[in-house]
Design a protein around this ligand. Structure first.
Ligand code: ZN
Length: 434
């Protein structure tokens, strides 16, 4: 297989074809809302009687100025191109703010997703099966429950800021408990369990990480984080928690260290809940240098994250040796998301710290991030790595596939079962020299 890979190394189409067929294990940094395909979005919007803004593709549940019914829009000869341009990064003209273009898409399409999760999760798993993935660990939230916790949190009269201590967090938790945290937790568990029940017959396993939006005021972030940990501790279908939204936004930056301390405090309260964090998804074009020095370090040393997503600002971090030693020894896996980094941060090839992680023996997991919005898939991430880092051989890619199961948040029993399946898939795959 190593020889075959070398023969096709300079042929992108054949490389992609090869990685499509190669068993890849799991996609464990995958946002459900970022995985929707434009054609499916339009079809579902029409079915639900939603409205589409004809300028930028914002979807609404009610008629607005400049909207037409999705069912009518569907008949337009240029509808397909319009959806591709506005609901994926394909329409970005290279000028302006790539991050804003990217993150806006999630808001544009959310009315077609929220409340219809089982439909989309089935779609995601159908696609995963054609990609022969064994497992998807997708990031999701329960919007109806989030809305309630935000309202409760907002009415808290105490203050929470970057100087708040564990005692302040506890007082806030007691307030939430008095206001019905337990009921909201049960509501979220019931929702998540019902979503998994609705897809349980698929060939690919599915579990959730519950996410908290990080670029909101402290009370909202803390309320949501507390609810996420509490919910995850009660359901086998929720295997972890995570923080999402632009790490470079003003509020995300200002409260970054506080968020890390909240995660540490919650991890003690809910020791069974695993934490993965988007950390170091930054570059010097987006933030001041001072912000590039400690995010990965604190995600590991303070919050105790078991996996780091992106980790792109590594070479600007002050404590690189600690990061390398801890990530390789503990271990803490790095989730590598090549196309996402190239689009949002403009970082790829030699600029990307991939090789430093790899040479320092940090376990590498390759993931897609947002296959729908980025108009990509997991195979294309492997292809990009094979092109950008030609020293990588077949055995490296095979290792990445196994890492995606080993470093997932599944129980040990489920991991062992999937590792066995993956081994069998490779035996079959390697019988043919493609
Ligand atoms: Zn992500």
């Amino acid at each position: 297989m190593n020889h075959y890979l070398e023969r096709i190394r300079n042929n992108p189409d054949e490389l992609l074809n090869f990685f499509k067929k190669m068993p890849k294990g799991a996609d464990i940094h995958h946002h459900a809302l970022g995985a929707l395909r434009p054609a499916d979005i339009l079809k579902k919007a029409a079915e639900l009687g939603l409205w589409i803004d004809t300028a930028e593709g914002w979807i609404y549940t009610k008629e607005q100025a400049s909207t037409i019914p999705a069912a009518q829009f569907q008949l337009h000869s240029e509808a397909e191109q319009f959806c591709q341009d506005n609901w994926t990064v394909c329409g970005f003209d290279g000028k302006g703010d790539a991050g804003k273009y990217f993150f806006d898409i999630f808001f544009k399409i959310s009315p077609v997703f929220n409340g219809h999760e089982p439909f989309w999760l089935n779609k995601i798993l159908e696609e995963a099966a054609t990609d022969s993935l064994l497992y998807i660990e997708t990031l999701i939230e329960c919007p109806t429950v989030s809305k309630k916790i935000y309202e409760i949190a907002e009415n808290y009269e105490g203050s929470l800021d970057e100087n708040s201590s564990d005692a302040d967090f506890r007082t806030f938790l007691e307030y939430l408990s008095q206001k019905g945290l337990d009921k909201l937790k049960k509501e979220a568990v019931t929702l998540c369990d019902s979503w998994i029940d609705s897809v349980s017959n698929q060939a690919t396993q599915l579990k959730f990480q519950l996410y908290t939006v990080r670029n909101l005021p402290p009370k909202a972030v803390l309320g949501q984080l507390i609810l996420s940990y509490a919910t995850a501790s009660e359901s086998d279908n929720i295997v972890g928690v995570n923080l999402v939204a632009p790490e470079y936004d003003e509020l995300s930056l200002r409260y970054y260290s506080m968020h890390m301390r909240v995660c540490r405090w919650l991890s003690k309260l809910f020791p069974t809940v695993k934490l993965a964090l988007h950390a170091g998804e930054l570059c010097d074009k987006l933030v001041e240098d001072e912000h590039l020095k400690f995010h990965i370090f604190e995600a590991i040393s303070v919050a105790g994250a078991k996996r780091i997503g992106h980790g792109v600002d590594l070479m600007s971090e002050s404590n690189r040796n600690y990061i390398f030693d801890t990530m390789s020894e503990k271990p803490v896996a790095i989730e590598i998301l090549p196309e996402s980094n190239q689009f949002i941060l403009g970082v790829f090839g030699d600029e990307h710290p991939f090789e430093s992680y790899h040479r320092s023996k940090v376990p590498i997991v390759v993931a897609s991030d947002d296959p729908g919005v980025l108009n990509t898939n997991l195979a294309a991430q492997f292809q990009k790595l094979a092109i950008d880092f030609p020293y990588l051989c077949y055995d490296d890619f095979k290792e990445f596939a196994f890492n995606s199961i080993r470093h997932s948040f599944l129980s040990n029993e489920l991991k062992q079962a999937l590792v066995l399946k993956l081994e069998n898939q490779f035996v079959e795959f390697e019988q043919f020299e493609n």
